[in-house]
Design a protein around this ligand. Structure first.
Ligand code: GLY
Ligand code: MN
Ligand code: MN
Length: 455
């Protein structure tokens, strides 16, 4: 039977949900907040008793004049809350005698004038939907509330960036905050959240893999589009523009890093981002790009012939690189460390590079163990952790564990032949081996040529 009252209620609920979705400034549909609830639980389990952990947003970074760089949220805060808004904080105090304040999200109070200039800011209900956190307070109330919590705690966990590859020299917010807290509470014990996060963030939950797979699928579709688009005379920046269009129209937030679109000899420059040359008939083009979706990254590299057909020599070198890729995939499993694994791939590269005429026996016999012969043609690491950051937080020294996600990306760069080839896929480590999350993306000479022929 038709019940008008129930009908009206349903309409109202649909409108509320719709307005929440529109109001939250996300390109992608809201992720399940269970991801962040689980991540917080995993973190809290590692905290010592009577301790409190505080996490900060990144700074909004000034560019020139009155401009700011596009805001990028702190990766740890994203991992714990899913909140992308500036000036947000998370406070975890599992032993707080008042259960209401064991988990607190701090947000900037929405301000009518700011919203007229910069757009919508999160309301408490929406922030709750995104993060799964019940207690949300405004930043202007925090000071008075935090002090008694700190007095009840013996230990304060603070965060800094412990990514081994970090190169930032700016004193960013986490470091200023740590300094201020140490001055304000000199008799408390301080601990590093990063030590815990390094272990936890590197092990991905199946829910996180689902989001990463979506970033990978968007990247896959984009590569297929490029196979149809590329031909002699196309400019590298036109390819980059195709990538932006394809990513954004598939609800990716942005490219996960500056796309490297390197034709011919440009491919030997590992971080080539000028992308300003014409793609020439007979050259190869190396494309290293990946979508960021729901704050998780994909990281793909493919090297293809501009005219759709590999020369005999290009095919030989490509297949040598593909062999190294497959060899690396066969040994990337729990137990081995990234350092030992890289050395093994180096051993295999030494054999392969002789076969394709790059190294002689004498080069190897006299090689310096700290500067091995193969590194003349392969001068970067083979794998890195991948997740919220493209070079994600995680160890290179301890044994690999199930749940980690790595790239595999061997390359061969030959100055004498003005040629550079790299092949990169993303792998999820299982109990006994790994799963190639990019297994659907064309990779063999035959597949690439076939796709380019059938434009
Ligand atoms: N795209 C950066 C890298 O492959 O590590
Ligand atoms: Mn890459
Ligand atoms: Mn990579």
């Amino acid at each position: 039977m038709y019940d008008y009252g129930v009908y009206c209620k349903i309409i109202v609920i649909i409108r509320i949900i719709d307005s929440i979705i529109k109001a939250i400034k996300m390109k992608y549909p809201t992720l399940k907040n269970e991801i962040f609830v689980t991540n917080r639980r995993r973190f809290v389990e590692k905290m010592t008793s009577h301790s409190l952990a505080i996490f900060n947003s990144n700074d909004e970074l000034p560019a020139n004049g009155d401009q700011l760089h596009t805001f990028k949220q702190n990766a740890d805060l994203i991992w714990l809350t899913g909140i992308e808004q500036e000036d947000s904080m998370l406070i975890l105090f599992p032993d707080n005698p008042d259960p209401k304040y064991r988990e607190v999200l701090v947000l900037v109070r929405p301000n009518e004038m700011k919203e007229k200039w910069d757009g919508y800011r999160l309301r408490k209900q929406q922030a709750h939907e995104i993060s799964g956190i019940e207690t949300i307070i405004w930043l202007d109330m925090l000071d008075g509330m935090l002090q008694p919590w700190v007095h009840l705690a013996d230990t304060i966990y603070l965060n800094t960036n412990e990514n081994d590859r970090k190169s930032n020299v700016l004193e960013v917010r986490d470091y200023r905050y740590a300094k201020m807290m140490r001055e304000r509470y000199p008799l408390h014990r301080f601990e590093r959240s990063a030590k815990i996060l390094k272990e936890l963030r590197s092990i991905k939950t199946p829910m996180e893999i689902e989001v990463m797979q979506k970033a990978i699928d968007i990247t896959d579709q984009t590569f297929r589009r490029l196979l149809k688009f590329i031909k002699p005379g196309v400019m590298e920046y036109e390819i980059e523009a195709e990538i932006w269009h394809s990513f954004l129209s598939q609800r990716a937030t942005r490219p996960a890093y500056g796309s490297i679109i390197a034709s011919g000899d440009n491919a030997r420059v590992l971080h080539y981002v000028e992308n300003n040359k014409e793609c020439k008939d007979g050259d190869l083009i190396l494309m290293d790009f990946g979508a960021e979706y729901g704050n998780y990254c994909a990281d793909l590299t493919r090297t293809i012939p501009v005219n759709g057909k590999f020369t005999r020599r290009q095919k030989t070198v490509y297949n040598a690189c593909l062999h190294l890729h497959q060899y690396a995939a066969s040994i990337l499993k729990p137990g081995i460390s990234i350092i030992d694994y890289t050395a093994k791939v180096g051993d295999e590269a030494t054999v392969v590079f002789q076969k394709i005429g790059l190294l002689r026996k004498s080069d190897i016999k006299n090689e310096d163990p700290n500067n091995r012969a193969y590194t003349k043609y392969l001068y970067h690491g083979i794998s890195h952790h991948l997740g919220i950051d493209v070079h994600d937080l995680g160890t290179r020294i301890s044994p690999i564990k199930a749940g980690m996600v790595f790239t595999i990306e061997p390359g061969i760069y030959i100055q004498e032949e003005q040629m550079g080839i790299r092949i990169e896929n993303n792998f999820w480590i299982t109990k006994t081996g790994n799963k190639d999350l990019m297994k659907n993306i064309p990779i063999t000479v035959e597949d690439i040529e076939a796709f380019m022929k059938n434009k």
